[in-house]
Ligand binder design. Structure first.
Ligand code: PLP
Length: 383
């Protein structure tokens, strides 16, 4: 089966990891700091806190922004459950905004309407987490305008969008966002096996994330409240987890980062081929890049007419033929856990239609052009 996504590993990656494994530090050694520095230079962020997953990174950013019992986070319905789960784990409440059917990102028009209502009843969100779905940036100018008007923090879940640009600027570079999260799971833009990072321009937020990454402990004498300054001494100032990433993983990450733009070029070329090969069918094809929106092409999503039975059959037949078609995402309010919290998909009509019509086709740097043709041919035959 051709999977929908996957990593690209070459000999330089193997060499980087095998070098790192014989160093004195296996975890929290020099490779972590070196990787964080590279992430800053690639994204245009000022501080980077690398951790063991993007889920951990989301949780850290939310905690550092003060999300707790009584707080409220809004995000899109069309994301991986981690985006909202991390806020629930902070004790906060969550709510969802429907999607824009053209780009499958959170609808800024719906966001504006929902904010107006929330303002009137005095229950505005503390944080709005936007997700650059499939790697295509959200309309950030409008989101920052609303953030100034209503006073919420903007977090970007950029798990799909390492290397994407909005109006010519890299995702991660805009100081108007409180924090930008990237994932290094193998299907994402680059991999560290498991891994993620918080990128921010705010020093206080960065140091809080760094402290929470490791049990809420500080080893910086200038932060100690006690008098002890011994070299073995440290203090716990907050309650945190072990979210640390290892040197081995960061050695892999640094090696992978060197090929990020080649990976994105390859993904874009695959998307362009699909758009040509699938033209003229009764399928809605994704928006292509323009000057303002340069996607990192994590996913390639096509839409049939909204009809569960028809769409499900198409995915099944593709899979029977060895093409690992999939669905991104099951709208969060549809999951039984979220239903048990009182959410209902029928409150999000565009998400409901999307759920009945979307198909993700394979796209990843090592996907051969021949396979792209084969997949397109299979779809032509089935439709
Ligand atoms: C992959 C993903 C995550 C979670 O990333 P992990 O590194 O697997 O924890 C969160 N949000 C989105 C949008 C993702 O695609």
């Amino acid at each position: 089966m051709i999977p929908y996504g996957g990593q690209s590993i070459d000999q330089s990656d193997v060499d980087a990891v095998s070098n790192a494994v014989s160093h004195a530090f296996l975890t929290q050694g020099p490779a972590v700091a070196a990787f964080e520095k590279k992430i800053c230079s690639v994204t245009g962020g000022k501080f980077a806190i690398a951790v063991n997953s993007a889920t951990s990174a989301l949780y850290l950013a939310y905690r550092a922004l003060g999300l707790a019992k009584g707080s409220l986070l809004w995000t899109t319905t069309n994301t991986f459950v981690a985006t909202s789960n991390a806020a629930l784990l902070c004790g906060a409440d969550v709510d969802f905004v429907d999607i824009n059917p053209e780009n499958f990102n959170l609808s800024t028009a719906d966001l504006a309407t929902k904010l107006e209502i929330a303002d009137a009843i005095g229950r505005l969100p503390d944080v709005v987490c936007v997700v650059h779905f499939a790697g295509r940036p959200c309309d950030m100018n409008e989101i920052y305008r609303l953030s100034r008007k209503y006073g919420f923090h903007v977090v970007e879940d950029a798990s799909h969008a390492l290397g994407a640009t909005y109006q010519g600027e890299t995702i991660g570079s805009d100081p108007r966002s409180a924090a930008v999260i990237f994932s290094f799971h193998p299907v994402k833009m680059i991999t560290t096996g498991e891994g993620g990072v918080v990128v921010t321009h705010r020093e206080a937020l960065a140091s809080r994330c760094a402290q929470l990454r490791s049990h809420g402990i500080t080893r910086h004498p200038e932060e100690f409240s006690g008098d002890l300054k011994e070299p073995w001494y440290f203090e716990q100032h907050d309650i945190g987890f072990n979210f640390r990433i290892t040197d081995l993983q960061c050695a892999l990450g640094s090696s992978q980062l060197g090929r990020l733009s080649a990976f994105i070029d390859k993904r874009r070329a695959i998307a362009e081929s699909y758009n040509e090969l699938l033209a003229g069918l009764s399928l809605e094809l994704p928006l292509m890049d323009d000057d303002d929106y340069q996607s990192s092409w994590h996913l390639y999503v096509v839409r049939t007419s909204p009809d569960f039975a028809k769409r499900d059959r198409l995915i099944r037949e593709l899979r029977d033929g060895g093409v690992g078609a999939a669905l991104h995402y099951i709208p969060i309010p549809y999951h039984p856990y979220y239903k048990s919290l009182g959410f209902s998909l029928s409150d999000y009509p565009e998400s409901e239609k999307y759920f009945a019509s979307a198909i993700s086709l394979p796209i990843f740097p090592d996907l051969a052009h021949e396979d792209v043709r084969k997949i397109a041919k299979a779809i032509r035959k089935l439709i």
